[in-house]
Ligand binder design. Structure first.
Ligand SMILES: Cc1cc2nc3c(=O)[nH]c(=O)nc-3n(C[C@H](O)[C@H](O)[C@H](O)COP(=O)(O)OP(=O)(O)OC[C@H]3O[C@@H](n4cnc5c(N)ncnc54)[C@H](O)[C@@H]3O)c2cc1C
Length: 455
C-alpha cells in the first residue's frame, strides 16, 4: 500500500506548560549538526554565549557525512577560461576547509565540469567538527532528537528533546533550526514549501569504492569527475541489457584515501516510478533498500567497464540515502530563481556568495546551469521565517525557489549560512531585538569582521 503522510502529525508538542524535566536553560539551542549547525553552534559559543547543539546521530556532518555527499562544493568560481580554481567563499567555510585539510582529510581541487570541488574523508569531517565544537565550549547532545517546540505565543522558548533516556526540554532565548528539514519551524506551525509544487529532487545513495588503481582510473575515466558521454553510452547499453542503472550521467571523485573513489551514481525513485517523499519514513525506507541494491549494480558496472576498477569493492554506502531537498521555509524574503540566473549581488544584505551552478537531479541525468566567472549573493532575510519570533534557520532549508535551491544548498554555503545565523543571533541577543528587525548589512559586516569574503 502507498505510504500516507497524513498518518503523521508533524507538530508533536507545543507547550510552555509541558511537564518535563529541564535539561538546560541556555542562550541558544541549535537543532542539527550538519555543516550549518556545526558552524552556527561553534561561532555562537566562541562569543561566550551558552549553546546546546542537539543531533539525532552520534556524529556531526549530516548530509555531507551521513549522506556521504563527500565533497565541499561551492568554494570556487566556474569558468570556461584556462587556469586554476579561484576561491570566493571564506569565513567559517574556510576555517573548516583548512582544519580538515590540515588533518589530511581533503583532496586538492578536482574538476567538476566548468568548476572545481574538493573531496573529504567522512571520518575526519566528524573529528574536525568534534574538535571545533568542544574547543568552543558547545554542549553537544548526540543521539538526541528534537521532537517538539516550546512556544510562548509566537515566541520560541526552546525545544522538546527525546533520547534513550526519555524526554526533556531545553529552554533557550534563541533557536537555530539547522535540521535541514526545518524540523523546528514545521513543528511550530510556520509555513514551509516542498520542492517544485510538491516534487523534490531525487535522493541518491552514495558509495565509496576501494581497491581502485586510481592512476589507471584517471587515465581511462578522464580528468573530470563528471563521466564522459562514452561512458554514459555504455551505461545505456548495460541498462538495455537489463542492468539496474537508471542514471546515465555519473560522478566519481578520488578520495583522500589511497585507492578509493567516492561515487555519486544512483537515482532513487519508487519501484512503481513515483517520486519518493523522504519525509515519510515508509518512502525513506524504500529509498534505503533500493539505494543499497543500486549501489551493487553500479559497482558491478564500474568493475566490468572502467579501467582501474577491475578488483574494486564497495567499502560502504552513506549511513542514509542522501536527501537533497525536503522542506524549505517560507522566509521574510525568498531567494528567487532570477537572483541566481542574473547573478544578483546584494551589497546591503547579502550574507553568502554562491558560485555553484543550478544542479537539478531529476530524470535520467542531472541538469546543470552554469554561472561563469560570477556568483550571486543570498539575502539575510531568507534565513528568517516569515512568522514566529526568536527563531532562524541555517542550511539547506533556507527560503528559496526550487531551482535556486538546487544551487544554494551545497556545503560551502551551508557553513556560511550557519555563520550568518550565529552572527544574527548574537546581534539579536545584544540588541534585544527580533531577527526580522536586524539590518542585513549589520549581519554582513559582522561576518566580514569574522573572516567572510563579502566586500
Ligand atoms: C545526494 C546528495 C548529493 C550532494 N552532493 C553534494 C556535493 O557533492 N557537494 C556539496 O557540497 N554538497 C552536496 N550536497 C548538499 C549538501 O551535502 C547538503 O545540502 C548540506 O550538507 C546540508 O547541510 P545542512 O547543515 O543544511 O543540513 P544537513 O546536512 O541535512 O544537517 C542536518 C542535521 O540535522 C539533524 N537533524 C535533523 N532533524 C533532527 C531532529 N529532529 N533532531 C535532531 N537532529 C536532527 C540531521 O541528522 C543532520 O545531521 C548533496 C546532498 C545530497 C543529499
Amino acid at each position: 500500500m502507498r505510504p500516507r503522510l497524513d498518518q503523521w502529525r508533524p507538530d508533536a508538542v507545543h507547550a510552555e506548560s509541558v511537564d518535563l524535566p529541564c535539561l538546560a536553560d541556555v542562550d541558544v539551542v541549535v537543532a542539527g549538526a550538519g555543516a550549518a549547525g556545526v558552524a552556527a553552534a561553534t561561532v555562537v559559543a566562541e562569543s561566550g554565549r551558552s549553546v546546546v547543539l542537539v543531533e539525532r546521530y552520534g556524529f556531526a556532518g549530516g548530509a555531507a557525512v551521513a549522506g556521504l555527499s563527500g565533497t565541499i562544493c561551492g568554494l570556487y568560481l566556474a569558468s570556461d577560461r584556462a587556469g586554476g580554481p579561484q576561491q570566493v567563499v571564506r569565513g567559517f567555510t574556510e576555517r573548516f576547509r583548512a582544519a580538515l585539510a590540515a588533518r589530511g582529510g581533503l583532496t586538492s581541487p578536482q574538476r567538476y565540469g566548468k568548476t572545481w570541488t574538493v573531496a573529504h574523508d567522512p571520518l575526519m569531517w566528524r573529528e574536525t567538527a568534534d574538535d571545533l565544537l568542544t574547543a568552543a565550549g558547545v554542549r553537544v547532545l548526540f543521539h538526541t532528537a528534537v521532537t517538539g517546540v516550546l512556544m510562548d505565543g509566537d515566541h520560541h522558548r526552546g525545544v522538546v528533546v527525546e533520547s534513550a533516556a526519555g524526554r526533556a526540554v531545553i529552554r533557550a532565548r534563541r533557536t537555530i533550526d539547522a535540521s535541514g528539514d526545518a524540523a523546528v519551524v514545521t513543528r511550530a506551525g510556520h509555513a514551509t514549501t516542498f520542492g517544485d509544487h510538491g516534487v523534490i529532487q531525487n535522493p541518491t545513495m552514495f558509495f565509496r569504492l576501494g581497491g581502485v588503481d586510481t592512476d589507471a582510473f584517471r587515465a581511462g575515466y578522464g580528468p573530470d569527475s563528471i563521466c564522459t558521454p562514452e561512458l554514459s553510452e555504455r551505461i545505456l547499453a548495460a541498462r538495455a541489457a537489463g542492468a539496474d542503472l537508471p542514471r546515465q550521467k555519473i560522478f566519481a571523485f578520488t578520495s583522500p584515501r589511497p585507492g578509493e573513489l567516492l561515487v555519486n551514481a544512483t537515482r532513487l525513485t519508487a519501484a512503481d516510478g513515483r517520486m519518493l517523499n523522504v519525509i515519510d519514513p515508509e518512502d525513506f525506507t524504500e529509498a534505503e533498500i533500493l539505494g543499497r541494491r543500486q549501489v551493487r549494480a553500479y559497482a558491478r558496472f564500474l568493475s566490468q567497464n572502467v579501467p582501474g576498477c577491475e578488483t574494486s569493492y564497495v567499502v560502504d554506502t552513506g549511513v542514509e540515502a542522501g536527501i537533497r531537498q525536503t522542506r524549505t521555509v517560507v522566509g521574510a524574503e525568498r531567494l528567487r530563481n532570477d537572483d541566481v540566473l542574473t547573478a544578483r549581488k546584494r551589497p546591503e544584505d547579502g550574507i553568502c556568495r554562491v558560485p555553484w551552478p543550478i544542479e537539478l537531479h531529476s530524470g535520467d541525468r542531472p541538469r546543470l546551469h552554469w554561472l561563469l566567472d560570477d556568483y550571486y549573493e543570498v539575502p539575510y532575510l531568507s534565513l528568517v521565517p516569515a512568522t514566529g519570533e526568536d527563531v532562524i534557520v541555517a542550511g539547506r532549508c533556507l527560503s528559496a525557489d526550487h531551482e535556486a535551491l538546487a544551487s544554494a544548498r551545497v556545503t560551502a554555503q551551508c557553513f556560511e549560512y550557519g555563520h550568518a545565523a550565529a552572527m544574527a543571533t548574537l546581534l539579536s541577543l545584544e540588541k534585544a531585538t527580533s531577527y526580522r528587525n536586524l539590518a542585513g548589512s549589520d549581519v554582513r559586516s559582522a561576518m566580514t569582521r569574522n573572516g567572510s569574503d563579502l566586500e
